[in-house]
Design a protein around this ligand. Structure first.
Ligand code: ADP
Ligand code: MG
Length: 449
């Protein structure tokens, strides 16, 4: 009989072929098969949010995939992981001497970007979980998933999603008291209050909010005092069922020098990671960003931008703006030639001007004692083949040229040859410090012109 793990791993490979790239990683990473018989299978999911999502989207797929190994499609039960059984904090009995003061009208200091709304957020496998989680919070703030902890690299949409939640909550209830601020402001206000003796007002200000959103919470790393203060604010709001949304550049447990008790609280709610968008999503984002400015970009331009600016939505957006802006400035249509001109010249223009394949061949050739013509020739002699690989690697690193284009510049080689050269040189760099310093020095010479 097969073990549960074996059944699950074979089911996962069937499931993965039915999903978009990235989706398996987003949704199934923290999900496991606990028991399986042909009648019934139990799947463990991290929390109630996942259960709902899985019941809606993946139940049939899982049953089908398990059915292949078990001989019949089992009924699927979803079980929550233990982390979901979160502790209640000790409730603080309201002191009878201090009845809750009537709510003062709040002077809103809420600064939200108008365009950071759900309708302008493009979803794909990389951000689907975070997007769905944020929407779920808007449906029942404070009750379903608290806190919501969004994490991911720079420019992937954390701030956008948080502000979208704020916009949507305010639309439902315009008098809701939402506090959205950067962690830096939170810290500065706290320090200021400490210095000026205004700590009570500081606390009061935070404890009367209906929803607290703090952006980039990871900057509290190493700030023990502010962490401590935040901890108390967190507890009070949490106990009062006030929604908390946090964003960070890394997962709770990966923020360096962060208090354990805060990390564990972050995990009580829903932790959602945003990954860099895949090609398809990048293309959708590019189209949407252009459409927001009343433009439709040709497909090849969309593809080119998506390939050239790989993993940061802010930069994708910047590239779209630059392309459109330049076209109107020069009174030219937006076409592939124009996009290439603009995005090419983006690479760090070192003192010596933009890096070209010609210059790379010159510098590398001089170093290894071969001519640019030899680097482009068909010969496979090792004394030339190796410098050629170094050249191709540097061309990929220092210019915006695609694999194909680098291949062409090095004597019409195909893209797989260039890819292979890059792998080879990367391995050599990892293994050989002496070679690494050679490459560094080549880079300096090339950049110096
Ligand atoms: P982060 O806070 O993660 O660094 P931001 O939320 O500031 O990133 O996003 C950077 C830029 O990219 C913003 O202009 C935002 O509108 C845009 N952006 C990010 N993700 C998306 C998306 N999925 N759809 C549309 N725009 C996005
Ligand atoms: Mg941000």
């Amino acid at each position: 009989m097969q073990t549960t793990e074996a059944i699950w791993s074979s089911a996962l490979s069937a499931i993965s072929s039915a999903l978009k790239p990235g989706q398996l990683d987003t949704w199934f990473k923290d999900v496991s098969l606990i028991r399986a018989t042909p009648e019934e299978a139990t799947i463990r999911v991290p929390n109630a949010f996942y259960r709902k999502w899985f019941e809606m989207h993946y139940e049939g797929l899982i049953a089908e995939a398990l059915g292949r190994d078990l001989g019949a499609r089992p009924r699927i039960n979803f079980e929550l992981a233990e982390a979901e059984l979160r502790p209640r904090l000790p409730e603080q009995a309201p002191s009878p001497a201090a009845p809750a003061p009537p709510r003062k009208p709040v002077v809103s200091d809420l600064k939200l970007r108008n365009n950071y709304v759900f309708s302008s957020f493009v979803t794909g496998p990389s951000n689907q979980l975070a997007h769905a989680a944020t929407l779920a919070i808007v449906e029942s703030p404070g009750h379903s998933y608290n806190p919501l902890f969004l994490h991911g690299g720079v420019g992937l949409g954390k701030t956008h999603l948080m502000q979208a939640a704020a916009h949507a909550l305010l639309k439902q209830k315009p008098d809701l008291h939402i506090k959205y601020l950067s962690c830096e402001s939170f810290m500065n206000q706290f320090i200021y209050a400490l210095q000026k003796g205004g700590i009570e007002q500081f606390r009061a200000r935070y404890r009367q909010v209906d929803a607290l959103m703090i952006d980039d919470i990871h900057i509290l790393a190493k700030r023990a005092r502010t962490q401590e203060e935040f901890f108390h604010t967190f507890n009070e709001l949490y106990n009062a069922h006030k929604q908390i949304i946090l964003s960070s550049d890394s997962a709770p447990q990966d923020i360096p020098e962060f208090e354990e008790r805060l990390i564990s609280r972050f995990k009580w709610g829903l932790v959602a990671r945003i990954d860099p968008p895949c090609l398809e999503t990048r293309m959708a984002i590019i189209r949407q960003k252009a459409e927001m400015r009343g433009r439709t970009l040709p497909d090849d331009v969309v593809g080119f931008i998506a390939e050239t600016v790989p993993d940061n939505v802010r930069e994708l957006e910047g590239a779209v703006l630059k392309t459109i802006g330049y076209a109107s400035l020069m009174n030219r249509p937006v076409d592939l030639g124009l996009a290439r001109e603009i995005l090419r010249s983006d690479k760090p223009a070192a003192s010596g001007g933009p890096v070209t394949c010609e210059r790379i061949q010159d510098v590398v050739g001089r170093w290894y004692g071969v001519t640019p013509a030899e680097l482009q020739a068909k010969t496979r002699a090792r004394s030339i083949a190796f410098p050629r690989q170094v050249g191709m690697y540097l061309a990929r690193r220092l210019t915006n040229r695609s694999l194909e284009e680098v291949g062409t510049a090095f004597g019409g080689r195909d893209h797989s040859t260039v890819a292979h050269a890059c792998d080879r040189i990367e391995q050599e760099i990892a293994a050989n410090p002496e070679f690494t310093s050679t490459v560094k020095s080549l880079v300096e010479q090339i950049k110096a012109g």
